[in-house]
Ligand binder design. Structure first.
Ligand code: PLP
Length: 432
C-alpha cells in the first residue's frame, strides 16, 4: 500500500511546498486544471532566483563584456566571468578557462566535432557513440565523419533483463580492443530511459584503449554531482535549461591541454589576439572559442541556477526525486499492460520513467493519444522518440510512436505523482 501523499513530504530535508512557491509557473492552470509538470528532462522550470537575477542584470547592469572600461562593462564582465567560475567549480574543472560558454549541449558537441574532430579524424578512424545517445551526441559526428570518411559505430545497450538500459560492457570492451576508436562519446544519464551510466569506469577503459572521451552531461547536471577530473573525460557538455537555468546557454568543459591543441571554430570579435589582412592570431582559452557577443544574461542566469541548486543541495534533491520516481513506478506497474523501458528502479536511474502500454487482448495505446488526454487534465508529459531514434528502433518502438516519458525535478510533489497516475488511468480507460 502506498502511504497517503500528505505524509510523504520530507521536511527534515526539504520543504517542497516552499520550493514550489519559488516557481511561479507551477501555480498556473492548464486546460482548467492545476498544472502538473512532468517534462523536466526536456526543460526544467525556473526559480525566481534565476528569473529575477536575469531581470536585475538586464534592467540595471547590462553592457557588453570584455571590451569597454566603463563601470557597467566592468560589472557585466565580472558577473559573466563569475558565472564561468561557478560552472567550473560545479563541474570540478581544474581552471575556469576550461569552461567554454556555448548555447547548450548541442552547440558544445558541435564545437568539439568541428574543431577537435576536423583535425583529429581521418579516413577509417572510428567514433563510438552509445545507441541510447541523444541525437545531439550522434549527428555532429555523422556530419564530420562524412567529410573525412571516419566511421561512427554504436556502443550497444542491453535491451532486456536486469541490466536493461545499461551499456553491454563485454561488447564495449571488445569494440575498444578491435576498433581502437579515436573518440568515445558517452552519455552520463540517458534522457530516454533515465539510466545513469558509470562514466568514470567507461572513460577509464576508453582512455586505456587510447581514445579521447566526450561525455554528454545534459541530463546529469540537474541530478548528480559532477567531477570532470574524477570522471577523467576530455570533454563534458551541459545545458543550463535542464538544471533550472535559462535556455540558449550551456557550457563545454575541455581539459586545458586538449582545448589548447584545438583550432578555433567560429571566427569574429572576442576570440582574436590580433587581426590584419596578412593574418590573424587567436586569443587564449577560453576566449578563442567564444566569438561574438555571448548570451551574457543567460550565463549569469546559469550561475544563479547552480547557486540555487547547491543551496537546495544535490543530495537532498536526489533523495526527493528518487522517492517520487519510486512512488510513481510502484503505481505505474499496477496498470494493466504497462511496461517500463530501461532500468525499472534502483540506484542506476535518474528521475525519468519511460513506458508503453499494451493491455491484454488490446492493441498498444499510442503514446501521443495518451499525452493528449493527459494534457487535457493539466499533466505535461513527453511522448515520442525523445531524440533517440536509434534506441527506439532497437526497442522496436520506432514505428509505434516511441514511449511516454514522465520526468521529475525537485519541485514535483507526491500529490502530483498521484494526480498524474489517476489521470493516466482515466486516459487509458477512455482509449480502451
Ligand atoms: N543530450 C541529452 C541527453 C539531452 O537530453 C538533450 C536535450 O534534451 C541534449 C543533449 C541537447 O540539449 P540542448 O537541446 O540543450 O542542446
Amino acid at each position: 500500500m502506498l502511504e497517503a501523499a500528505a505524509t510523504l513530504y520530507t521536511p527534515a530535508m526539504l520543504d517542497i511546498r516552499a520550493i514550489r512557491q519559488q516557481f511561479p509557473i507551477l501555480s498556473r492552470e492548464v486546460n482548467g486544471q492545476p498544472l502538473v509538470y512532468l517534462d523536466s528532462a526536456a526543460s526544467s522550470q525556473k526559480p525566481l532566483a534565476v528569473i529575477e537575477g536575469q531581470r536585475e542584470y538586464l534592467a540595471h547592469h547590462h553592457a557588453n563584456i570584455h571590451r569597454s572600461a566603463h563601470h557597467l562593462a566592468a560589472r557585466a564582465t565580472r558577473d559573466f566571468e563569475g558565472a564561468r567560475e561557478k560552472i567550473g567549480l560545479h563541474l570540478g574543472a581544474a581552471h575556469s578557462k576550461e569552461i567554454i560558454f556555448t548555447s547548450g549541449t548541442t552547440d558544445a558537441i558541435n564545437l568539439v566535432a568541428q574543431t577537435w574532430g576536423r583535425v583529429n579524424l581521418d579516413a577509417g578512424d572510428v567514433v563510438l557513440v552509445p545507441r541510447d545517445a541523444h541525437h545531439a551526441a550522434l549527428v555532429p559526428w555523422q556530419m564530420i565523419a562524412e567529410n573525412c570518411d571516419a566511421i561512427v559505430e554504436p556502443i550497444e545497450i542491453e535491451l532486456q533483463g536486469e541490466r536493461a538500459g545499461q551499456i553491454d560492457r563485454a561488447a564495449f570492451t571488445r569494440q575498444l580492443q578491435d576498433l581502437k576508436p579515436k573518440l568515445v562519446v558517452l552519455g552520463h544519464v540517458s534522457n530516454a530511459l533515465g539510466t545513469i551510466h558509470p562514466v568514470e569506469e567507461l572513460c577509464l577503459e576508453a582512455r586505456n584503449a587510447g581514445a579521447t572521451t566526450l561525455v554528454d552531461g545534459a541530463q546529469a547536471l540537474p541530478h548528480l554531482p559532477i567531477d570532470v577530473q574524477k570522471i577523467g573525460c576530455d570533454f563534458y557538455a551541459v545545458s543550463a535549461h535542464k538544471a533550472y537555468g535559462p535556455t540558449g546557454i550551456g557550457a563545454l568543459y575541455g581539459r586545458a591541454d586538449v582545448l589548447d591543441a584545438m583550432p578555433p571554430w567560429r571566427g569574429g570579435g572576442e576570440m582574436i589576439k590580433s587581426v590584419s589582412f596578412e593574418g590573424t592570431t587567436f586569443g587564449e582559452l577560453p576566449f578563442k572559442f567564444e566569438a561574438g557577443t555571448p548570451h551574457i544574461s543567460g550565463a549569469i542566469g546559469f550561475g544563479l541556477a547552480l547557486d540555487w541548486l547547491n543551496k537546495i543541495g544535490l543530495q537532498n534533491a536526489q533523495t526527493h526525486e528518487e522517492a517520487l520516481t519510486s512512488r510513481a513506478t510502484k503505481q505505474l506497474l499496477q496498470i494493466d499492460g504497462l511496461r517500463i523501458l530501461g532500468p525499472a528502479t534502483g540506484t542506476q536511474k535518474a528521475s525519468v520513467i519511460s513506458f508503453v502500454i499494451q493491455p491484454e487482448n488490446a492493441p498498444a495505446i499510442h503514446p501521443a493519444d495518451l499525452a493528449t488526454l493527459l494534457d487535457n487534465q493539466g499533466i505535461a508529459a513527453r511522448t515520442g522518440h525523445h531524440c533517440t531514434e536509434p534506441l527506439m528502433a532497437a526497442l522496436g518502438l520506432a514505428e509505434t510512436g516511441g514511449t511516454i516519458r514522465i520526468s521529475f525535478a525537485v519541485y514535483n510533489s507526491f500529490e502530483e505523482v498521484d494526480r498524474a497516475i489517476e489521470a493516466l488511468k482515466r486516459a487509458v480507460n477512455m482509449l480502451l
